[in-house]
Design a protein around this ligand. Structure first.
Ligand SMILES: Cc1ncc(C[n+]2csc(CCOP(=O)(O)OP(=O)(O)O)c2C)c(N)n1
Length: 290
C-alpha cells in the first residue's frame, strides 16, 4: 500500500471512530444513560482527524464543550470516553467530570471545557512553556465560531503573535453558536482574515475535506515547531445534529439546510475519493468502520 492510500485509510478510520462513538453516545443519551450534557461532533470529524494526524503524543490539545472528537483523535480510547460520560470510575476523569471535563495529560489531552473561549489562552500558556523549555512541541486550541468575538481570542492571538509562540489556532466555524448565526453576531464573518490584524498567517479551508485540513495543519505545525510562530486556520463546516443531545433543532435552521450538509459528509466524501482513486475497495472501508 502506498503512503497516500495509507494516510487516507488512517484518516477514514479515525473519522469513523469518532462518528460511531458519537452515535453510540447519542443513543445512550436517549436511554438516559449519559449524565450531564452531550454535545456531539457529528459532521465535523475531518477537523480533529486532520489536525491531530500531525500531532505527537507530547503536543497538547485544549478543547471545547464539543470535544469528544478532539479527545479521540489525540489518542483517547473510546471506552475511557464512554465510561466518563456514564459516570464510571474507569472513565478518563474517574467518572467525575463528564463530557466537558475530559482530561488525559499523559497523551496531551489537556481538557474539554464548558466555558467558551479560555482554551485559546490555555494553548498560549502551553506554547509559552514549550518556548521556555526550547522544545519543538506545539499547543493546539480548537474552538468554535462562538469564541471569536470573545476577548480571549484577541488577547490570545496577539500574545502568540508577539512572542511567536508554537500554537495552532483552529476555528471550527459551523456557522452557529447554539442558535445564533455567525453572520448575525459578527461585523466581519471571515475569521481567517482576522489573523492579519495580529500579524500572523490565516488560512480558510473546507472543514469537511479532511485532506485540506490535514495539509494546512501539517504546514502550520511544521512552521510552529521551527520557531516560525502561530497560525490561525478557519475550517468551514456544519454540525448535523442538534447543539446538544435532546435539544430542538429546527427553530433556527431548516431541515433542508441540514440535509444539504449531510450530503457533504466528510467521511462519505473521503470514502468516495479513495474508491475513485483506486486507493481502497468498498470492503476496505467497511473493515475500517470504528
Ligand atoms: C463564556 C461562555 N459564554 C456563553 C456560554 C454558553 N454557551 C455554551 S455553548 C455556546 C455556543 C458556542 O458556540 P461555538 O463556540 O460556535 O461552538 P459550537 O457549539 O458551535 O460547536 C454558548 C454561547 C458558555 N458556555 N461560556
Amino acid at each position: 500500500m502506498d503512503a497516500t492510500s495509507e494516510t487516507g485509510l488512517i484518516l477514514y478510520r479515525r473519522m469513523q471512530l469518532i462518528r460511531q462513538t458519537e452515535l453510540t453516545l447519542a443513543r445512550a443519551h436517549q436511554r438516559g444513560l449519559v449524565h450531564g450534557a452531550c454535545h456531539t461532533y457529528v459532521g465535523q470529524e475531518a477537523i480533529a482527524a486532520g489536525v491531530c494526524h500531525h500531532l505527537r503524543r507530547e503536543d497538547v490539545v485544549f478543547s471545547t464543550h464539543r470535544g469528544h472528537g478532539h479527545a479521540l483523535a489525540k489518542g483517547m480510547e473510546p471506552g475511557e470516553l464512554i465510561a466518563e460520560l456514564f459516570g464510571k470510575e474507569t472513565g478518563c476523569s474517574g467518572g467525575r467530570g463528564g463530557s466537558m471535563h475530559l482530561f488525559k495529560p499523559e497523551i496531551g489531552m489537556m481538557g474539554t471545557s464548558g466555558i467558551v473561549g479560555p482554551c485559546i489562552l490555555q494553548a498560549c500558556g502551553g506554547g509559552y512553556s514549550f518556548k521556555l523549555l526550547d522544545s519543538a512541541n506545539v499547543a493546539v486550541a480548537f474552538f468554535g465560531d462562538g469564541a471569536v468575538n470573545n476577548g480571549a481570542f484577541h488577547e490570545g492571538l496577539n500574545m502568540a503573535a508577539i512572542w511567536k509562540l508554537p500554537v495552532l489556532f483552529v476555528c471550527e466555524n459551523n456557522q452557529f453558536a447554539t442558535e445564533v448565526p455567525f453572520d448575525y453576531s459578527s461585523g466581519n464573518p471571515n475569521v481567517a482574515q482576522r489573523a492579519e490584524q495580529f500579524g500572523i498567517c490565516g488560512i480558510e479551508v473546507d472543514g469537511n475535506n479532511v485532506h485540506e485540513v490535514e495539509q494546512a495543519a501539517g504546514r502550520a505545525l511544521e512552521q510552529a515547531r521551527q520557531g516560525g510562530g502561530p497560525t490561525l486556520i478557519e475550517c468551514k463546516t456544519y454540525r448535523t445534529r442538534a447543539h446538544a443531545e435532546g435539544m430542538a433543532d429546527f427553530t433556527y435552521r431548516t431541515r433542508e439546510a441540514v440535509d444539504q450538509w449531510k450530503k457533504r459528509c466528510p467521511i462519505e466524501q473521503l470514502g468516495q475519493a479513495l474508491i475513485e482513486a483506486g486507493q481502497a475497495e468498498p470492503e476496505d472501508l467497511n473493515s475500517h468502520r470504528g
